[in-house]
Design a protein. Structure first.
Length: 166
């Protein structure tokens, strides 16, 4: 908890220090020139990784309830790859990878596979909408590449698979 609060404080005040152009360093001033990510980009990375974590948990719960059923058994592996790709973006910036804010208690159960597939349709549509919110940001190339790849997989692969089984 303390670590998260400290990170938020640093992220809140860092742009102020950078815009001033100097930071106190052992009693002296020095120019700060590190590459800093825009807060909106960091928020986008956080929102997208949390949505991937949520999808992983939904699909894992379906597998726990119904066994290794398709398309969940295939798509959960893709969701893990999506969250891992997003995690690498945090790591590349020297930032801690956020932990999932989701718990099994927050995820509904389903009475049938078609019902679960219907929830998969909704989850994938929401996933695309989340990525769409950030398309107009000045995203660094690596972030844009991961966002577009994850979004495309949801539209072209996951959504049609869930639509077929719902």
């Amino acid at each position: 908890m303390r670590k998260r609060m400290r990170k938020r404080l640093v992220l809140a005040f860092l742009p102020i220090a950078v815009s001033a152009g100097t930071v106190a360093c052992e009693g002296e001033s020095s120019v700060v020139a590190p590459e800093l990510e825009d807060q909106a980009i960091l928020a986008a990375m956080e929102a997208t990784i949390q949505d991937e974590f949520k999808a992983e948990l939904i699909y894992q719960n379906v597998l726990n309830d119904f066994g290794s059923v398709r398309p969940f058994v295939n798509i959960i592996n893709a969701e893990v790859r999506h969250s891992e790709a997003l995690a690498r973006l945090f790591e590349a910036r020297g930032l801690p990878v956020p932990r999932s804010q989701w718990s099994p208690e927050q995820i509904p159960g389903f009475s049938s596979i078609p019902e679960a597939c219907g929830a998969g349709v909704v989850a994938e549509i929401e996933n695309v909408e989340i990525y769409d919110r950030y398309v107009d940001l000045p995203l660094p190339l690596d972030v844009r590449t991961v966002f577009e790849s994850n979004r495309r997989a949801s539209i072209e692969n996951h959504l049609p698979a869930f639509e077929r089984c719902s």
